[in-house]
Structure formats: C-alpha cells, structure tokens
Design a binder for this molecule. Sequence first.
Ligand SMILES: [Zn+2]
Length: 536
Amino acid sequence: MTIHKKTEQIKKYDIDETYDVNVLKMEEDVKIGLEIHCQLTSLQTKLFCSCRSNYRNLKPNMNICPICYGLPGSLPLLNKKAIEYAAMMCISFNCIIPEKIFFYRKNYFYPDLPKNFQITQYNSYELSSIGYDGFLHYGDNNSNGENNSNDKTNRVDNKKVRIKRIQLEEDPGKIVYEYNNSKLTNYCLIDYNRAGVALVEIVTEPDFTDASDVRLFLNKITNIFEYLGVSDPNLEGAVRCDVNVSIRGGKKVEIKNINSFKDVEKSIFYEITRQKTLSVHEIQVKSETRHWDEKRKITSHARTKEEEDDYRYFPEPDIPIIELGSDFKSTLKEIMPELPLERIQRYKDIHKLSDHVSSILVNNKQISDFYEESLKLYNSPKEISNWIINELLSKINDPEERREFELDNPNKNRLFNVNVNPQQIADIAKLVEETSINRNTAKDIFSKSIKTGESPIKLSKSLNVEKIKDLNVLSDHINDILTTEPHLIEQSISNQSINNYILGKVMKKTAGRSDPQITLKLIKEILERNRKQEKE
Ligand SMILES: [Zn+2]
C-alpha cells in the first residue's frame, strides 16, 4: 500500500526515486530566523498612555483613550517601567544596551493600526533600539540524564543563537473575524483595546537549522520571561512568533499568524518541505509573506514581502531622545530577579543538586518555586527534590496526556490540578529521613496523600505504618521463630548468615515494618543468650 502511494507521488512529479531522499537529506542548507513578540503583561498601563495593560476579558473598545486611538493632538508619554523591563530582557539575552534610545514611526495602513503608523524602534542615525548584538545559549535540558553522570561537560545549553536586536514598540489592535453558521462573513470587527500595549520584539539571526531547536529556544525564552516577571507566557497572545525560512541561500519566506509553539514547529516543517520540493523542480522560491493556516496545517501566500523602505521609517517627533546613561545597565542588574541559569547554579553550589535535577526543577518556574517553598518547611534539598521529581511529577499526569499538555503550554504544569502543597512534600521527606517509615510505604502514603489531600504524617499514624521499634514486640517475634526452628541457635555459632535469615523472617511477619538495625541487634543478643543457656 505504502509503496504504491509512493510510486504515484513520483509519477505525479515525473522525477526519479531520489525525490524523497533529496527532500529529507539537506538539513544543513536550512536557515531559520525568528521574530518574537512578547507583551509586557506585568505592566499596569499601556506603553504611551494610562489605559490598562490588561485588555483581556474587557468589552470591545472600552480600554482606549485619545492617545492609543491616535486622535490628532494627543501626545504619547513613555512608560518608564516598560523601558526597565525591556532592558532586563536585553541583559538576559546578553545584548548591548546603548546609552541613548529613540523611537520611530513605522508607516503602514492596516485596519488594526488606528494611527496608520506604529511607534517602534529602528537602528539608524547612530541611534539604536534598546538592545542589539546579543546571544543566548539553549539546549535540551531533559536529554542530559543521570546516565551521563560521567560526562563532566555541561550539556544543558549546548546550542547558541545570535540576537540581532531587541526593540520596544506598541501592539496594534485586534481584527475579529465573524462566522455565520461556521462560514466566514464578508466583514470583520476591530477591537482597539490591545492597541498601545507594550510589546518587546526580539529578532534573531537565522541561526536555526531545525524546527525542534526553535521549539527548545522558545521554551527557554518563555522560561526567562517568567523568571524576570515581565510577562506571563501562558496568557493567550502574550508571546507570538513569526518565522522566516530559506533554503540553500535562496529567498526568505516569512510565516505569520502562528498561534502556538506547536504550530511554529509544524509550520517550519511544512515550509521547508514546500521550498525543497520547489527547488527539486527547479522552481524559484519567491520572497513573500505566508499565512499559517491552522486548520489545514499549511502555509499560504499572503502578500509579497515588504522591504524596509516600504515602511518609510522616520523619527517619532513627539517623544524625545531617552538618555539611559552609562550606569543604567549595572544599576538594573543589581535589582533584577534571579535568572534560570543563576538559579541552576545556586541549586548546584548551595543545595548540592546535580545538573540534571537542578535543570528539571528550574525549567518550570512553578515547580522550582514549589521546591523552594517545601524547602522552607523541611530543609533537605536532596530528599525534597527527589520526591518532587521522581514521585510528584510522574504522578501528575499520565505521560501521553502530559506530553500533549506541555506541547501546548510549554511553561505550564498541572502541579496545581492535584491536591498537593509544599507541606505534603516536606512531611513525606521528613517521615523518610527521620526513618520512622520505609521508602516503599512512604510512596504509598504519598499517593494516598495527593489523592485525598490529607497530611502524610496523619496518614502514617492512621495507617499504622510506622516502623516497629518496640523491643518487646520484636523479641516476641524472634522468640517465636526460635521456638519453631530451634536448630537455628546451634547453627548460628558457625554460620553468620543465620542472623539475616531470622531478620528476613521477622520482616515477613511484620510486613516489612520492623526497624532492621534494631531487630538485627536484638537477634544477636537473643541468640547469644540462648547459646549460653544451652551450655549451662
Ligand atoms: Zn490609551
């Protein structure tokens, strides 16, 4: 069946069997660059006016004023906090921050742009955007398993992408398409509530060659946004990504309108295959902007790509040059929140956790914060991290469902969909370390605890699972065994392993609850006493 299909495909294109091989082989010729737009959702107000930054769940066109509406005579006033947040992002991406910055008007006509220009940044006249010439290391944190513990190199962030520039700009409004009986109507609605919201654009060099690397990078940067506390990437539309793809030095194709990171990956796969197929047929790839069709999972022609000249950039006359000064960056660095890399280092240096464990925790800010909360209640980094990673994370969801969830929400977890709080983790770690229960029993208690929300300490008491340390109870068990098998007393003189044999029997009788050290000591004492008595 498959072979038949393939033959048909080859016939259709009238080429030989090298078709599939050609299409799949040339990964090294692919160049992928990204333009990421990140809303500064933590701001109270928009970039140039005092309208609310949080436009979500508001009635259409209720969060607007003459400034964001672009009415004549209105004057923009720059949000100082937005500059700080954008600069923090520049520092995290190792960018140069200039001492002076400036804003420009990018002119284009589009219904979602009330002024017919967007206030943005541009690099010219020796003035630049807030950040440029940066880089970021990223990689596959989860592939660096404990199995590689012999490998001393830090393989967590083994890839690098150059950041061309970071700029601060305003978000346009939103075009809302209307459907009638699932058919697109011939009109659309415009909601300006979003117009003027502070947006940071991050432009990378075309350093990616692979869609899965893009995904890793996007996960990494959204993680950074969360740690910086500048943006919540889980909010719909807060982090958006346009992609440009070219093959073998050919023309660049831009893909817009991609709504999820999963689709970023899919659109790249699609576009690479499309361009390679064209190239195999010696058809030139056109420089164009293509839309990602979410339903059909294909890209389609939207418009020929604008060149920079088309936008007629000119300096924004209503906002003066902003002097950041020479110590701006160093002052900001001092008050900046801890970045993921710094947190990993702290876990390694101070908590003595492995690379692997530290990255799993830090990879998800909610989990990392949860770990720190648990640690405040019971200070044992090894035991606490062990319970979070090996027990809690594996219990949160079944693997398939979890994978799907994580693909859609790279920085979200289902941690708080189960009955778990830091106290439960602290309690279970304490129960195990203070040796009142064994590890297998603790796992059972933990499962029950997150199912019911009940405290592990309470459960351990009510389930009567604490280790038996009572010497009378343990002696009775040992004496019972020696009564049924009296030959053990004689044999124990020449055979040391008899002690362990008896210990095994006691364990069996008590369903593993006997404290092994106390029991073994007691066995030795009782055997010796018995041997003395036999002599007498
Ligand atoms: Zn406004």
